[in-house]
Ligand binder design. Structure first.
Ligand SMILES: [Zn+2]
Length: 258
């Protein structure tokens, strides 16, 4: 079944039909979903979803956009929640220089990224990384942690070229691939999907964002992942069923799920 490694079902975009939508997942071939925290003060919403639905797991962490809102208490809270049985990763964490151009912001993002990677390493949890326009700094920090005993993780919504992809693949990491793959102008990501072994790719929606074709621009959900699986299957010259089976096994292996 399809494993969605990165979703935000706590988002207000789902406020009107969250329960009916999530209730329809299983009959539509969606086996597992990781709901990923992003903002300070909103971890409880992911905890609630993991308690409500047996097939939803959580990742706890703070997105670089919120780096300036983080305190020692936030880090304590992340560590505390990371002990919960269904919190299976630290994320989404990382660097975003697209929306934040100041050097002081970059420094602060790096500090908070490292602080959360420290928690992941100590708690032996994989990471889920957001990285935009920050290829070199992200790669350097990830490499440092992977050399320092970090368990592993996913580069979510992978947006760089194949040279950077190769560096992550060499470290044994996984690339998170979603709706962008289906876009006509996604040449760079299609090249990455060609060279990356299927055993190191996981599927993700990043919903409510990043809807694949033919729903580009609309609200996304895990139900649309089949379009990503089909596109990836075409690129790899295999069936969508194979893509679904292998990427599911990848996610379960990385996230330590049976
Ligand atoms: Zn996300």
């Amino acid at each position: 079944m399809i494993f969605d490694t990165h979703a935000h079902y706590d988002d207000k975009a789902f406020q009107d039909d969250r329960d009916s939508l999530l209730a329809s997942m299983e009959e539509n071939g969606i086996g597992c979903i990781v709901n990923v925290c992003a903002s300070v003060g909103e971890f409880g919403r992911t905890v609630k979803l993991t308690e409500q639905y047996p097939f939803i797991y959580g990742a706890v962490g703070v997105h670089p956009d919120d780096a300036d809102k983080m305190t020692e208490e936030t880090l304590d809270e992340i560590r505390r929640l990371s002990h919960m049985k269904k919190m299976i990763a630290i994320g989404e964490i990382g660097l975003d220089y697209y929306w934040h151009k100041e050097e002081t912001e970059h420094q602060l993002q790096q500090k908070m990224f490292r602080a959360q990677m420290d928690i992941g390493r100590e708690e032996k949890l994989p990471f889920m990384i957001h990285s935009r326009d920050a290829a070199e700094d992200t790669l350097n920090i990830v490499r440092e942690y992977m050399n320092g005993g970090m368990y592993g993780g996913i580069i979510h919504c992978f947006s760089y070229g194949k040279e950077i992809a190769r560096e992550y693949l060499k470290m044994g990491l996984y690339l998170g691939i979603g709706g962008v793959l289906t876009f006509k102008n996604a040449r760079k990501l299609k090249e990455v999907a060609e060279i990356a072994p299927l055993e190191q790719i996981v599927l993700e929606t990043d919903c409510p964002y990043m809807s694949p074709e033919p729903y580009r621009g609309k609200r996304n959900s895990s139900l649309n992942l089949i379009y990503v699986a089909k596109t990836l299957a075409e690129i790899k010259g295999i069936t969508p069923e194979e893509v679904i089976a292998v990427t599911e096994a990848n996610a379960k292996r990385l996230l330590n799920l049976k």
